[in-house]
Design a protein around this ligand. Structure first.
Ligand code: ATP
Ligand code: MG
Length: 486
C-alpha cells in the first residue's frame, strides 16, 4: 500500500515561498537517490519484436482498426498482467518441460512434461490419452513431444509399432529399435524377469516374478483360446508348473509346455487340465506360432537407451491372433524389462491403443491387467500415452454398463492429460460426455486443423495448442510419402 504524507499549512504562504519550498524538497530528494547501479534502464524497443501485425491479428470479431493505436509503454509484472488480461496471459505453471508448440489462446509457448505437471499438482496421474481421427497429427505429437522429452533425460519405449514409423524416431534421438516378425529370427522371451532393485528383498522379488509369470502364462492361454477363461483346475496346474520352474535362471514357454505335459499330480482333474493346457500352448512351441516366443530372448532391451522401439510391422500380414499375441508379448516384455532396477521416468507410447485394447480384451483379461498397470504406473514413474481414433471405439468392448466397458472408460478417466485432435461432428456428443467438454469446447474440436489439439490437464487446465515442428522433425516423423510405411 502506498502511504502518502499530507502536509497541512495555513493559508499565509506566498506563491514564491511555496515554489522555493517545493524546489528545495525536489533537490533534497534527488540528492538522497542511490547512485546508478550500472543496469541500463529498460528501453522501449529493447523487447524482441512481436509478430503481431500493427492493426492486430486478422481474425473474426478481432476489432481491427484502420487507425494506428500508440499506447503509452507500460511495464508490469506477469502477476498484474494475468489479472488485467485473464484470458490472454499464461500463469506460467505449465511452462516446464519440453516445448510442444504455441498456445493459440494466449499466443505463448506451451511446454509439457508429465512428471513436472504431476509434481506441480496440475495432474494426479502421469498418463495421457491422445484422441483424434486419422491423419490429424496424434503420432506427430507423440513423436515430437517424446523425442524432445528424451533430450531432457526422460526415457521412451514403444512396445508395439505396427507401421514401423517409430524406427526413424529412435534413430533420430540415438535410441534403438528391435524388429520382430515372421522369418526375421528375433526371439522375445515372454517370461523374462526384470532386474531386481536393491531396495527389494530377494523373497519379495521372487514373489513378484512368480506372480508376473503366472499372469503372463494365463494371459497367453486366454489369447490362444480367443478369450475363453482358464478354469480352476487349469489355474492350479499353471501355478504349480510356474512355481516348480522358479529355480531356473531363464524360464521360457517351452519349459512351461514340457512341465505341463509331465505334471505329476495326485489330482486327476489337475493332471488332465495340465494336459489340455499343453495342447493349447503347443501352437507356440511347435505350431504355426513357433519361432518368435519359444526360447530365450535373442535381443536385449537396453533400459538406459533414450528410446526403445519394438517394430512389429513385419507382422502386418500375419493372422489376427498372431498379431494380438505379439502385442501381448512385446508389451509384457517391455514392462518386465523396465521394472525393478531399470525403473525410471519413462513414457510408454501405445500406438493404435483402441485396436490393441479390443484385441487384448477378450474376456476383459488384457484390459484388467492394463488397468492394474495404470495403478502401479504412478509408483513406477511410467507415463502411458494411449493413441485412440475415437471414444466410440471403447463402446465396441461391451454393452453399456458391462464390466469391460466400464474398465475401458475407467482407464481413460485415469488419464489426467487428454489431448483431443479433430473429431467428426457425429462423435462430439459422445466425447463431450466422456471427456467433460463444455459447449465451447464441443464447438471447437470438429474445426481443429492438422496438428492442433485441445489439451485438458487435470480438472481445470485447458490449452489450445498448435504442435510446432522443425523441417528436420517433419522429414523424420512424417508418415506420408517417404516418411514411413502406412
Ligand atoms: N503439427 C504438424 N505439423 C506439420 N505437419 C503435421 C503436423 N501434424 C501432422 N502433420 C502431417 O500429417 C500427417 C499425419 O499425421 P500423423 O501420422 O501424426 O496422424 P495420426 O493422427 O497419427 O494418424 P493415424 O490415426 O492414421 O495414425 C503427418 O505425416 C504430417 O505430414
Ligand atoms: Mg498415427
Amino acid at each position: 500500500m502506498i502511504k502518502q504524507q499530507v502536509e497541512f499549512r495555513d493559508g499565509t504562504e506566498t506563491r514564491k515561498a511555496r515554489q522555493a519550498r517545493l524546489a528545495e524538497r525536489k533537490s533534497a530528494k534527488k540528492a538522497a537517490k542511490p547512485a546508478a547501479t550500472g543496469v541500463p534502464r529498460l528501453q522501449v524497443g529493447a523487447f524482441p519484436l512481436s509478430k503481431m501485425p500493427r492493426t492486430g491479428w486478422k481474425t473474426k470479431n478481432s476489432m481491427r482498426s484502420v487507425t494506428r493505436v500508440d499506447p503509452i509503454p507500460h511495464r508490469a509484472s506477469t502477476r498484474v498482467l494475468a489479472t488485467a488480461y485473464p484470458f490472454l496471459t499464461e500463469s506460467g505453471k505449465i511452462l516446464r518441460g519440453a516445448y510442444v508448440g504455441e498456445n493459440m489462446l494466449s499466443r505463448s509457448p506451451f511446454c509439457f512434461d508429465p512428471w513436472d505437471a504431476y509434481s506441480d499438482g496440475i495432474i494426479k496421474s502421469h498418463s495421457a490419452a491422445i484422441i483424434g481421427v486419422k491423419g490429424t497429427g496424434k503420432s506427430m505429437l507423440g513423436k515430437s513431444l517424446s523425442s524432445r522429452l528424451a533430450r531432457l533425460g526422460r526415457c521412451i519405449a514403444v512396445p508395439h509399432d505396427p507401421n514401423g514409423e517409430w524406427v526413424r524416431v529412435a534413430e533420430y534421438v540415438g535410441g534403438k529399435s528391435i524388429r520382430v516378425g515372421l522369418g526375421i529370427g528375433t526371439r522375445i522371451n515372454l517370461l523374462d524377469a526384470g532386474v531386481r532393485d536393491d531396495s527389494v528383498s530377494r523373497q519379495a522379488w521372487r514373489e513378484y516374478v512368480l506372480q508376473e509369470r503366472r499372469a503372463t502364462v494365463k494371459a497367453v492361454v486366454r489369447q490362444l483360446r480367443q478369450g475363453a477363461a482358464v478354469n480352476e483346475f487349469e489355474h492350479t496346474a499353471i501355478d504349480e508348473v510356474v512355481d516348480s520352474l522358479m529355480g531356473q535362471d531363464i524360464v521360457t514357454v517351452v519349459d512351461v509346455f514340457h512341465a505341463l505335459r509331465k505334471l505329476e499330480s495326485n489330482d486327476e482333474l489337475v493332471r488332465r487340465a495340465a494336459h489340455a493346457l499343453a495342447h493349447t500352448m503347443r501352437r507356440l512351441v511347435a505350431g504355426d506360432l513357433a519361432g518368435m516366443f519359444d526360447g530365450p530372448s535373442t535381443v536385449d532391451f537396453d533400459p538406459t537407451s533414450p528410446m526403445m522401439v519394438v517394430d512389429t510391422s513385419g507382422l502386418k500380414s500375419a493372422a489376427a491372433d498372431m498379431q494380438a499375441l505379439a502385442r501381448l508379448a512385446t508389451t509384457r516384455w517391455v514392462r518386465n524389462a523396465t521394472t525393478g532396477a531399470n525403473r525410471r521416468p519413462r513414457v510408454i507410447v501405445h500406438e493404435e491403443a483402441a485396436i490393441a485394447l479390443m484385441n487384448d480384451v477378450y474376456g476383459g483379461a488384457g484390459l484388467m491387467s492394463r488397468v492394474a498397470d495404470e495403478k502401479v504406473a504412478r509408483h513406477d514413474g511410467t507415463s502411458n500415452w494411449y493413441l485412440l481414433h475415437r471414444i466410440a471405439d471403447l463402446d465396441a468392448l461391451g454393452d453399456e454398463g458391462s464390466a469391460t466397458r466400464t474398465q475401458a472408460i475407467g482407464l481413460l478417466a485415469d488419464c489426467e492429460t487428454r489431448v483431443s485432435y479433430q473429431q467428426h461432428p457425429g462423435e462430439v456428443a459422445r466425447s463431450a460426455r466422456t471427456l467433460g467438454w463444455n459447449q465451447t469446447m464441443s464447438n471447437l474440436v470438429p474445426s481443429l486443423k492438422k496438428g492442433e489439439g485441445l489439451w485438458q490437464m487435470g480438472q481445470s487446465r485447458i490449452a489450445l495448442v498448435r504442435n510446432k515442428l522443425t523441417p528436420r522433425e517433419i522429414a523424420v516423423f512424417s508418415t506420408d510419402g517417404a516418411g514411413g510405411a502406412r
